[in-house]
Design a protein around this ligand. Structure first.
Ligand code: PLP
Length: 282
């Protein structure tokens, strides 16, 4: 792969970042993951807007114009001949001698790489996922998309050891998120319930798109916290993310959701998400 590091395009083996980079020493960095299908960017405007919000929250300057940043996305797709997959973009505060205090004028480090992936042929869409609930243990500013992913990674490992695909993180009985996606349920009376936006969760770009499409197909949306019990008792459970789009969940701990197969509303939302987002991909 050809990767981007601080203004240079280099083969991945030659890419280097300083050992003093604050992304490495303090997780002082934010990131975005954007899906690519047919060499086009899915939901790019949303990802760009959130990137700016995350940087703003940490007072890290964005050293590019919108056109330049879009140009970098297009160039990494072209240089890697990426038909379908993901673009990872990380911006850290930069490198400085290790100190909790940092200067206001540091030069940010920017890294980009691609991951090839056949996004439109996800075998898990047909079977759905099984998940285990785990205690929420992340920091309280989850709306900022930082690279502080250790807790989520540990919980996903634990879920895998328990034979599940992913973990749902639970705070005071309520589900916040899965390890790298937003969680939604469809109640037996066909309402789509998803946790309201706050600092308890990442404001998913796919979540926002799916909610607006749900309204278009006359599905009533309720943005509020919901419990593990409500999820276990739901007609459907699904997660959303830029890499898996709309992914059904068929088991939560020991509770099988409905008949244990992906439900019709999740399938419909996946279908219309793909259609709508591919039509507006850039
Ligand atoms: N929640 C968390 C914790 C995530 O890491 C992600 C994506 O990486 C999401 C939700 C889904 O967000 P998006 O739809 O913007 O990919």
């Amino acid at each position: 792969r050809i990767v981007y590091v601080n203004g240079r395009w280099v083969p991945e083996e030659q890419a280097q970042v300083s050992v003093f980079d604050r992304g490495f020493l303090f997780a002082d960095a934010i990131y975005e993951v954007t899906a690519v299908i047919d060499r086009k960017l899915i939901d790019y405007a949303g990802h760009l807007a959130r990137l700016k919000r995350s940087l703003e929250a940490l007072s890290i300057p964005l050293p590019f114009t919108d056109d330049e940043l879009l140009g970098l996305h297009r160039e990494i797709v072209a240089r890697n001949e990426l038909e379908s997959g993901l673009i990872y973009l990380q911006i850290s505060r930069g490198a400085a001698d290790r100190d909790f205090l940092f200067a206001a004028d540091m030069a940010p480090s920017i890294v980009m790489f691609t991951q090839k992936k056949n996004i439109l042929e996800n075998p898990k869409w047909k079977t759905g996922l099984t998940v285990k609930t785990m205690p929420e243990g992340r920091w309280m500013n989850r709306q900022i998309k930082t690279v502080q992913l250790l807790y989520s990674s540990m919980m996903k490992m634990e879920a895998e050891r328990a034979g599940a695909d992913d973990a749902f993180l639970v705070e005071d009985g309520y589900i916040t998120e899965a390890t790298s996606s937003n969680v939604h349920i469809v109640t037996k009376d066909r309402r789509l319930v998803t946790r309201h936006l706050s600092n308890a969760l990442l404001h998913g770009i796919t979540r926002a798109s799916v909610l607006s499409l749900a309204k278009e197909v006359a599905l009533q949306v309720e943005e509020r916290a919901f419990t593990v019990l409500e999820a276990c008792d739901a007609a459907e459970v699904f997660i959303t993310s830029a890499s898996a789009f709309v992914m059904p969940v068929v088991r939560v701990d020991d509770a099988v959701i409905a008949d244990g197969r992906p439900g019709p509303i999740s399938q419909k939302l996946l279908e219309i998400y793909i259609k709508d987002r591919m039509a507006s991909a850039i």
